[in-house]
Design a protein around this ligand. Structure first.
Ligand code: TLP
Length: 345
C-alpha cells in the first residue's frame, strides 16, 4: 500500500486540526450531567439559535441523536415513515425497533427524496387494528442516495400534511450543513418544518465527536431523560463540545470545497467503462459508483483499491462510495481518481 492512503471512506475519518486541539485543551469544563459545563451549554445555545429552536442537547453520536428523538416522539407499536435508504432505518442497528419498539414504514424515494403524495398514501387510517403513523423522518442530505439535497418546497408540503394529520417530523441533518452550503438555504429555514433536528459535528465539520439535537424546550427536557438512559450523559464533555464550537466557527464556510472535489471526482470517474454514476445526484460531498457492469464485487474492488492506497467504502448493494472532506486535498482526490482509472479503465 502507498505510504499515506487517500481516505475517502467517509467524512467521519477526519482528525482534529491543531487549532481544534488547542480549543479542546483550553476549554472551560464542568459536570454536564448537572448541566454545569459552560462549553457544552454554549454549544447547545449556539446550535439552538442557528436552528431557530428553543433548546438543544449535545449527544455523543448521530445515531444517539436520531434514536433519542425517535424515542421522545413515539410510543411502542407506532409506525415511523422514512425513505428506504434512510440512515435511521439501515445503519443504526435496528435501533428504532430495539429502543423505541416502533416499526418503520419505508418508501422508495427518488434520489432519497419522498414526496407528500407518497407520504399521504403511507399514512395509516385511524382504524383500531392498525399502527399509528406517529413520525416522519427525513434525511438531508441523504447519505445513501449520494449526498442529495431535499428541496425546501417538498419539505414544506410534507410538513403541512404532517401538521394536519398530527404527525411529528424529525430531520436527520447529520449533513444539513452541506445542504445549506450547496443551496444557500439557512439551517433555521430547513429546521422550521421539523419538531426535532439532529445535526452532526463529526462529519464534514471535522470534530472528533458529537451531534446536537434541537427542538422545543419540553422536547429537550424529555430528550435529556432518554440521553441518560441510553448512556449518553457525559461529565466534563466541554473538552469535546469545544471541538464542535471550533468546527462551527471555522469549518462550515469551507464545505463548498468538498463539494467541488466530489464534482471533479465524479467527472473523472464517469469516464471509466462500466462505472455507473448518477451525475445529477452528486450535489454535495458524496459520490456513489455503481460497479455492477464491471463484473467486480464491491468487496473485491475495495481491496484492489486499498492495495493501491485508495480507500473507499461500500455505497449500495452493487456500488462504492467516495466521500470528500477537509483532510483530503483536491490534488489527493485527483490522484485517487487516476489510480481508480488505472485499475478499472
Ligand atoms: N453515517 C456514516 C455511516 O454510518 C454510514 C457514514 O460514514 O456516512 N445520519 C446520517 C445521515 C449519517 O450519515 C450518519 C453516519 C449518522 C446519522 C450516524 O452518525 P454516527 O456515526 O455519529 O452515529
Amino acid at each position: 500500500m502507498a505510504e499515506k492512503a487517500i481516505d475517502l471512506r467517509s467524512d467521519t475519518v477526519t482528525r482534529p486540526s491543531p487549532g481544534m486541539r488547542e480549543a479542546m485543551a483550553s476549554a472551560t469544563v464542568g459536570d454536564d450531567v448537572f448541566g454545569e459545563d459552560p462549553t457544552v451549554n454554549l454549544l447547545q445555545e449556539v446550535v439552538a439559535r442557528t436552528l431557530g429552536k428553543e433548546a438543544a442537547l449535545y449527544v455523543p453520536s448521530g445515531t444517539m441523536g436520531n434514536q433519542t428523538c425517535v424515542k421522545v416522539h413515539t410510543q411502542p407499536g407506532d409506525e415511523v415513515i422514512c425513505e428506504r435508504g434512510a440512515h435511521v432505518f439501515n445503519y443504526e442497528t435496528g435501533g428504532m425497533a430495539f429502543l423505541s419498539n416502533v416499526q418503520a414504514h419505508t418508501i422508495e424515494g427518488r434520489r432519497g427524496v419522498i414526496t407528500v403524495e407518497q407520504i399521504k398514501r403511507a399514512i395509516r387510517p385511524s382504524v383500531y387494528y392498525m399502527p399509528k403513523t406517529r413520525l416522519i423522518c427525513l434525511e438531508n442530505t441523504h447519505n445513501r442516495a449520494g449526498g442529495t439535497i431535499y428541496p425546501l418546497e417538498v419539505i414544506r408540503k410534507i410538513s403541512e400534511c404532517a401538521k394536519n394529520e398530527k404527525i411529528r417530523m424529525h430531520l436527520d441533518g447529520a449533513r444539513l450543513w452541506n445542504a445549506c452550503a450547496a443551496t444557500g438555504v439557512r439551517p433555521h429555514e430547513y429546521a422550521a418544518y421539523f419538531d426535532s433536528v439532529s445535526v452532526c459535528l463529526s462529519k464534514g465539520l471535522g470534530a472528533p465527536v458529537g451531534t446536537v439535537i434541537a427542538g422545543s424546550a419540553d422536547f429537550i427536557t424529555d430528550a435529556r431523560h432518554y440521553r441518560k438512559i441510553f448512556g449518553g450523559g457525559m461529565r466534563q464533555a466541554g473538552i469535546l463540545a469545544a471541538a464542535g464550537l471550533y468546527a462551527l466557527e471555522h469549518n462550515v464556510g469551507r464545505l463548498k470545497e468538498d463539494h467541488e472535489k466530489a464534482a471533479r471526482l465524479a467527472d473523472e470517474l464517469s469516464q471509466v467503462r462500466g462505472f455507473g454514476i448518477d451525475r445529477d445526484a452528486v450535489q454535495t460531498n458524496i459520490v456513489i459508483i455503481d460497479i455492477e457492469k464491471t463484473g467486480k464485487m464491491p468487496d473485491d474492488a475495495l481491496s484492489l483499491l486499498r492495495g493501491r492506497g485508495v480507500l473507499l467504502s461500500a455505497g449500495s448493494y452493487s456500488g462504492l462510495r467516495a466521500v470528500t472532506h477537509l483532510d483530503v486535498s483536491m490534488d489527493e482526490v485527483m490522484s485517487a481518481a487516476r489510480t481508480i482509472r488505472e485499475l478499472f479503465g
